[in-house]
Design a protein around this ligand. Structure first.
Ligand code: MN
Length: 341
């Protein structure tokens, strides 16, 4: 099991907590602040440049901008999703395919797709920054992208814990809740999982408590406990389970969302797919959606998509010649054409 991330930052967490050393707390706090400022500065300046470029080219109402969040430590099982963003980018631009999406959008056009890089999650954690602050930094990074109209964030995870700070930022920035289409084998709505309120299994509990979503539709569900159902009822979540997918298919392939709210957010956990299509995930859960099922749902969705994430791709499990990286990349490509207009 991959644990080096936790080992590597241990000494600074200890220093943070202990008054028993000669290292003044202010030394660590000031250093952390400088590293956080530098991290946000790079994202701000890249977003600014990409926004200026898109506006100078003209004609874009909405333009997708990638933001990587290489975070894996809030997973309850494997932490490989921390390594996903560069693998997804590599696959987006892989020479084995062209740069045109299925609906005819040209990804090489910066009005369709730009990239502001990654939140340096590992570098920030290496300085002993805790998760409350880290989540705030992720939210701030998303807002920096959204500051640059018409850029809209498409976030590359990371484990699913990142959806909470991303949706929070989108909702706060737009000034109201969004509707969320959440494709996943799991509802990720435990009040708290193994003592971690930021767990990847709890992100949608935090989102619903925060009032960041009006409707939450969960599609692809096939691993759900009593608590998952109870929490779903408590928050009014519309849970579409795989066991009734043949009955629900028509409705799900003809969704219309977002009327009366600030827009629609799509959160796409790669494990919504059957492992036959996407084996490179931490939680192998048979009985899932086909790749075409997912594309039909996304392509036919009537909505103003204001942001999205693709999470839980685990390169350390992607043993079949990078196949799942290509799957994740194609979903990013098709989501890009859904967002950009
Ligand atoms: Mn999942």
């Amino acid at each position: 099991m991959w644990k080096s991330g936790k080992r590597g930052i241990h000494y600074l967490h200890k220093l943070n907590a202990a008054a028993s050393t000669n290292v003044p707390a202010s030394l660590i706090e000031n250093g952390q602040k400088r590293v956080i400022d530098a991290s946000l500065t790079l994202i701000r300046e890249r977003a600014k440049l990409k926004g200026e470029l898109v506006r100078a080219l003209g004609g874009a109402v909405a333009s997708t901008s990638l933001l990587g969040v290489p975070l894996g430590h809030n997973s309850s099982f494997l932490q490989g999703p921390a390594f996903a963003p560069p693998r997804i980018r590599e696959a987006i631009w892989c020479g084995s395919t062209n740069s045109t999406t299925e609906v005819g959008k040209e990804l090489n056009d910066p009005r369709v797709l730009t990239d502001v890089g990654d939140v340096p999650v590992q570098e920030i954690r290496d300085c002993g920054v805790d998760d409350d602050r880290l989540m705030a930094i992720i939210s701030d990074s998303v807002k920096l992208v959204m500051d640059e109209d018409p850029l809209r964030p498409l976030v590359l995870g990371g484990d699913h814990s990142i959806s909470f700070p991303v949706v929070r930022a989108v909702s706060e920035k737009l000034g109201g809740p969004v509707d969320i289409l959440h494709l996943d084998a799991h509802p990720d709505i435990y009040h708290c999982f193994e003592g971690n309120k930021y767990s990847h299994a709890s992100s949608f509990a935090r989102i619903m408590e925060g009032g960041y979503a009006r409707r939450l539709l969960q599609v692809g569900i096939r691993s759900i406990t009593k608590e998952g159902r109870d929490q779903g009822k408590k928050f009014g979540v519309e849970q579409y389970e795989m066991r009734t997918f043949s009955r629900d298919r028509h409705a799900l392939e003809n969704l219309k969302l977002g009327d009366g709210v600030k827009g629609v957010y799509i959160s796409l956990d790669i494990d919504c797919l059957d492992p036959a299509f996407a084996p490179g995930v931490s939680h192998i859960e048979p009985g899932g959606l086909s790749f075409r099922d997912v594309l039909n749902i996304i392509h036919n969705l009537q909505a103003d998509v204001v942001g999205a994430d693709v999470v839980e791709f685990n390169p350390q499990r992607d043993t079949v010649d990078g196949m799942t990286a290509m799957v994740a990349a194609k979903l990013v490509r098709e989501l890009t054409s859904k967002i950009s207009k």
